[in-house]
Design a protein around this ligand. Sequence first.
Ligand SMILES: Nc1ncnc2c1ncn2[C@@H]1O[C@H](COP(=O)(O)OP(=O)(O)OP(=O)(O)O)[C@@H](O)[C@H]1O
Length: 238
Amino acid sequence: MSAVPLLDVQGVHAHYGQSHVLHGASLSIKPGEGVGLLGRNGMGKTTLIRTVLGLMRATGGSVRMHGREITRDAPDRIARLGVGYVPEGRGIFPTLTVRENLVMAARPGVRGQRDWTLDRVLQLFPRLAERIGNCGAQLSGGEQQMLAIGRALMTNPDLVILDEATEGLAPLVVAEIWRTIGLIRSSGIASLVVDRNFRAVLAHTDKAVVLEKGKVVMQGSSAELAGNEDALHRVLGV
Ligand SMILES: Nc1ncnc2c1ncn2[C@@H]1O[C@H](COP(=O)(O)OP(=O)(O)OP(=O)(O)O)[C@@H](O)[C@H]1O
């Protein structure tokens, strides 16, 4: 395993106008590592993700991918460096079919890898295979979420960022999404996972960081954190 982190976020600041939201947040992800990002509502998790993706400009600090500075790069360039994104709210194309949604996302990874093909995504999600000709808008919420994950995998990413991937889904579908997150991890793709269910996050990641008011206030291996629920309850307010 390379000594250079896959993703290295150091001391990042971000503002919405006058409102200072990230206050020197740092986070690093090794190749293949699963990382949880926890924190109460409004603590800056989505903002940190948007900053990594280049959807928001950091006002301080640096973001590196594969050791390369990407802090001021455009979102498209960052995506091409191997970052797959499953946005909160899913971001699929409602008027395109399942097949079109998947095929249009297809591209080789940074090292030319083509591990994830249409067939492999359909094997992972048999539900999508059954609905291959349906438009995005005709899918259930869970199927749309699977399609969003499938689209991210079709880009053969080195890192997948999942923001609230289980939000609003029925328990059986939630279980299916966590199973998929587990499979992504075991296939060697690094992940950054935000979810309200901190126990599930800790069960599916190697380490986790907790954000409070735009700063990392707690971090450690997921197993350690899971064994320290009292401290987590205090900082997560659950
Ligand atoms: N577009 C925006 N304009 C102004 N302030 C914003 C905007 N988006 C978020 N904020 C504020 O920035 C802070 C961090 O929000 P962010 O969405 O990053 O938090 P979060 O930890 O992802 O929470 P949630 O779980 O509620 O999404 C919050 O105080 C929020 O109100």
